[in-house]
Design a protein around this ligand. Structure first.
Ligand SMILES: [Zn+2]
Length: 396
């Protein structure tokens, strides 16, 4: 196997992940494009993979590194990327990301589990003090004084399958809500991936609302959601029951010890059209003596989902937090606004999650073959940088 390089990733993306047509036709809305779409769409992916963090640095790299090594045919300015991203159809990227996941599933990328999950969660990114765009949410201090703006979206990713693959985001404007954006994202996901792709949805307490849970019913996906005090009647009933009982089961979890309580006959709250609600409480006794307690609700039956598996699936929600938001923001530059325009930001976020997907499939499933250990994301990024030659090698 050849050493990791951008050319090798591009080859993998084009052939194994069938992205070649997409790179040439990414939903480009420019009427008279001077720069081929394939250069700009691949540039957005390589910019995320190399963790450049800004369109300015991408312009710099395209000017000083060997273009062939980068997989580009020509140089361009950051204004070309801005003009391009303002006009790309986000739906085209979303459909390609979903198709990439379907292909990955056919290629047995998710072989480690029988329960494939979709985790949804919302976040805020890209804080700015400059003039607002339609997606800007005002940030006010304790005195109610406007101090800036940021941008909110809900992200969805495949979890519980040994490899975390975020693949779509749904932004929402001020006045809209996180769970309404989550509903739109869930419906689109089911539409793009088909009804039998995933086995469950997992989400935080903000999504434990009747409209979101009903949306899961509509797309025929069982749902696991965190139960917090935003559902006071159910929380009180759970405390009244589980507070009096010994745990249903106990088991080790790594170095920790877990106690669980599990019952499937709680009454639904008024707006929820479920016959009953199943709730699990767990107490996680950590080695350092600390205790974590949490409750989760679901419409999975006890027969379909034994309690230990319920616990495992609930924990899979952390993947969208840790390998989704944290990695995208802290490592891949999702916090940075490349161009403050609503469609450009969305297109940049979508290319970023597609880049994450390509990087993870390449690193964890493609490079890790035979005796090759799994490289860390940092090791791969460093190897890719070291494989680049300066621009003057072009003429040699
Ligand atoms: Zn804005």
């Amino acid at each position: 196997m050849s050493a990791p390089s951008l050319a090798s990733i591009r080859n993998y993306a084009c052939h194994t992940l069938a992205l070649s047509n997409f790179l040439h036709r990414p939903g480009d809305g420019r009427t008279q494009p001077a720069i081929p779409a394939a250069d700009l769409s691949w540039a957005l992916l390589l910019g995320a993979i190399l963790r450049l963090g800004s369109a300015n640095r991408l312009e710099w790299l395209a000017g000083c590194a060997n273009l062939k090594d980068l997989g580009l045919t020509r140089k361009f300015g950051d204004d070309a990327l801005a003009y391009f991203t303002e006009r790309v159809d986000p739906d085209c990227i979303r459909r390609r990301s979903a198709a990439t996941l379907q292909l990955a599933k056919c290629n047995k990328v998710f072989e480690e589990t029988v329960f494939l999950g979709l985790a949804l969660d919302g976040t805020g990114v890209a804080r700015t003090t400059k003039a607002a765009c339609p997606l800007c949410h005002p940030i006010k201090d304790a005195q109610g004084v406007l101090t800036g703006h940021n941008h909110h979206f809900v992200m969805v990713g495949v979890v519980g399958a040994g490899i975390t693959l975020p693949f779509d985001v749904e932004p929402y404007q001020p006045g809209d809500s996180e769970y309404a954006a989550g509903k739109r994202l869930l419906k689109r996901t089911a539409d793009h991936l088909g009804p039998r792709f995933a086995n469950y949805v997992v989400a935080d307490a903000k999504f434990a609302t009747a409209p979101f849970l009903h949306a899961c019913d509509e797309v025929r996906l069982p749902v696991i959601a965190r139960l917090k005090r935003n559902l006071p009647e159910l929380s009180a009933a759970v405390e009244a029951r589980f507070g009096q009982q010994p745990p249903t089961a106990t088991f080790p979890h790594g170095e920790d010890w877990i106690e669980v309580w599990d019952a499937s006959d709680f009454d639904p709250w008024e707006a929820l059209e479920w016959p009953t609600v199943r709730v699990m409480r767990y107490r996680q006794h950590k080695k350092d003596g600390t205790l974590v307690q949490a409750e989760w609700l679901t419409n999975f039956s006890c027969a379909k989902l034994p309690v230990r598996l319920f616990f495992k699936l609930a924990k899979s929600r952390w993947e969208i937090e840790n390998q989704g938001f944290n990695d995208a923001k802290n490592l891949y530059g999702m916090e940075h606004i490349q161009h403050h325009h609503p469609n450009s930001m969305l297109v940049n976020w979508l290319f970023l999650v597609l880049a994450l997907m390509i990087e993870r499939l390449y690193r964890i499933r493609h490079l890790h073959r035979g005796a090759h250990p799994i490289r860390t994301a940092m090791q791969l990024k460093d190897a890719l940088w070291l494989a680049l030659r300066p621009a003057r090698a072009d003429s040699g």
